[in-house]
Design a protein around this ligand. Structure first.
Ligand SMILES: [Zn+2]
Length: 279
């Protein structure tokens, strides 16, 4: 293990590409006593060092937005140009899981290897998929697309924690899906965790109430604790769908307001924290 001081520091960005109106009761198992709006944003993430770039999840297409009635803001793959990147040149794509809002657009990365937990591929092709409750978040053609990529030698199926690069590790945090992984990144402000859908909103974690779509409720709550152990502070946890992320972090330039925020810079105010966090 290299000393922390010798690790590269990565820039980390969230790209917001879609949104949908929703109510609070839709986001917590057991509902919610407050009858209020709670919209949901959709993101992909970019991790960059001086020499390498990693894309974390690939979002969905405009056609999928229409089909699933989401409000599409812009294609996240096209947004890469804002950060000086081209999808064709990206060599590593990390897939936190295989739900449609995280894996659509995979075909736009012709040079990439895709990093996925093996258990997620088993889940997405396994016995639970005959039940609409579990299958609904997947698109069968996309799952088949990943199987094809695997046959083409372009999928790295990981089992457990992985050192993908110095200062960049992948960690299983299952529950929402069986093989969901989160990404831990060494940044100039310490260890940041892209928690993806281990928590859709900060409030899932801070109130220990899992999101309404999941594979295993007990593991979903354990995943909150896993993420807390990996992050340097509550301000280093980035949930998968919380519009608050766009308010807590600043756009890298004024033109990117509402589109992109920089996560390796300090938040403008403290992020919501759970009572379980231990430094
Ligand atoms: Zn999602």
């Amino acid at each position: 293990m290299p000393a922390v001081e010798s690790l590269p520091v990565y820039e980390v960005y969230a790209l917001r590409y879609a949104t949908r109106a929703a109510r609070r009761a839709e986001h917590f198992v057991g509902g919610d006593p407050h009858d209020a709006d709670m919209p949901m944003d959709y993101f992909t993430w970019v991790v960059k060092s001086a020499t390498r770039a990693f894309i974390v999840d690939t979002g969905f297409t405009a056609a999928m937005a229409t089909r699933r009635r989401r409000t599409y803001l812009r294609c996240p793959v096209d947004s890469l140009e804002f950060l000086g990147l081209k999808a064709e040149s990206i060599e590593d794509v990390i897939l936190t899981h295989l739900h449609y809002d995280h894996v659509g657009n995979f075909a736009r990365f012709p040079s990439a290897r895709f990093h996925l937990q093996e258990r997620e591929l088993h889940y997405a092709t396994g016995r639970n998929m005959k039940y609409p409750f579990f299958a609904h978040g997947f698109e069968v053609e996309e799952v088949i697309g990943i199987v094809r990529l695997n046959y083409a030698g372009r999928v790295e199926l990981h089992s457990g924690t992985v050192d993908l690069a110095p200062g960049l590790t992948l960690h299983p945090a299952p529950g929402h899906t069986a093989g969901l992984q989160v990404v831990r990144i060494h940044t100039r402000r310490g260890w940041l965790v892209l928690a993806s859908d281990s928590m859709h909103f900060f409030e899932n974690m801070t109130s220990d109430r899992p999101f309404t779509v999941g594979y295993h409720l007990g593991e979903m709550v354990e995943a909150f604790r896993t993420v807390e152990k990996l992050a340097a502070s509550p301000d280093h946890i980035i949930p998968g769908h919380d519009p608050l992320v766009m308010q807590l972090y600043r756009a890298p330039s004024p033109e990117l307001e509402g589109v992109c925020v920089r996560l390796d810079a300090d938040p403008v105010r403290p992020a919501p924290a759970s009572p379980h966090f231990r430094r």
